[in-house]
Design a protein. Structure first.
Length: 319
């Protein structure tokens, strides 16, 4: 099979038929063998009924329905697990991603040997204040932190070699950082293609300003995981050693100072009256806690069992 098209969605009943017909037109005109995998992330509108109708019309339409809204990352994880195509395309269901970009994305992955190609919505139709400026700041920070030189991490239109999506785990809200996850997994040939961005035709966006706040928090998480995810003791242990050095240094200063004053018959205060006593006590406690955090991290890492953070209620045409 040439292509798997994975489409997560939430309350997009108005756009699904049009999106399906557009994708099918592109697939047929390029003689692709394909599957379309819709993942209904707990929609409360008529989306699932529309998907069932599309599945009856087209045997290439497959679908997964979550019991409730678990998030885009979990939807992609479920879709990736089922995808069988040589190349996997992800796109949003709101018609802002153009299916006519798919053939070029497919060619870049299959024939030009990219592991992953991310879309770049260079010209956007979103609000400048609420989306464009925060998005530019977010993408700048993501480039600086991750080392992956993409202009648009948030673009839902991406193409992957099948091997990539089978070797990464998308959880939490890490869908923004799939290129970084791919890089950390050893897939280094990551490209970018300018794609058309279309104004939303139906409904309203499901994302607000909070996605950028969450995005920056996730960026810190993925920075930590990429650098210390396999060796947490290297971070916590290093800070623990530093705290112990400060603590023992302060304790040593107190002891030497007191002995010096005693030997020279000089007045001296009680140890507890010295600020160095509290510095020593605090830093040694912090050092101990950091060491414990490092050990716990190593234990958890070695006993970790992968689990799916979503529950499926229905599937269509899944083998």
């Amino acid at each position: 099979m040439n292509l798997s098209i994975v489409i997560p969605l939430l309350n997009e009943e108005d756009s699904l038929q049009e999106l399906h017909d557009w994708i099918v037109l592109v697939m047929n005109s390029n003689n692709f063998s394909y599957e379309i995998i819709f993942i209904d992330d707990g929609s409360t509108d008529n989306s699932w009924n529309v998907i069932e109708s599309l599945s009856n019309q087209n045997p290439n339409v497959k679908a997964i329905r979550f019991l409730k809204n678990f998030g885009k990352s979990q939807a992609l994880h479920a879709g990736f697990a089922k995808a069988q195509g040589d190349v996997v395309i992800t796109m949003d269901a709101d018609l802002q991603d153009n299916p006519e970009e798919i053939p070029e994305l497919y060619d870049l992955v299959l024939n030009q040997n990219y592991d992953l190609v991310s879309g770049w919505k260079k010209k956007r139709y979103d609000s400048i204040i609420s989306k464009n400026l925060p998005s530019k700041l977010f993408n700048w920070a993501a480039r600086r932190t991750s080392g992956v030189q993409l202009n648009d991490f948030n673009c839902g239109l991406k193409a992957y070699r099948n091997l990539v999506i089978k070797n990464i785990e998308v959880s939490g809200e890490m869908h923004r950082y799939i290129p970084v996850l791919a890089k950390n997994a050893g897939f280094s040939k990551i490209g970018e293609k300018v794609v058309k961005h279309q104004a939303r035709k139906y409904g309203e966006t499901k994302f607000g300003m909070e996605r950028f706040i969450n995005g920056f928090l996730d960026l810190i998480t993925i920075w930590f995981l990429s650098r210390f995810g396999k060796r947490p003791m290297h971070l916590f242990g290093a800070w623990g050693v530093l705290m112990f050095i400060i603590g023992f240094g302060s304790a040593g200063y107190i002891g030497i100072s007191k002995l010096y004053r005693m030997y020279n018959d000089l007045p001296y205060d009680l140890v507890a009256n010295s600020p160095y006593f509290y510095i020593s006590l605090t830093t040694m406690i912090i050092g101990t806690q950091l060491f414990l955090a490092g050990f716990l991290g190593e234990i958890i890492l070695r006993s970790k069992e992968s689990s799916e953070n979503y529950k499926i209620s229905n599937e269509l045409n899944m083998n």
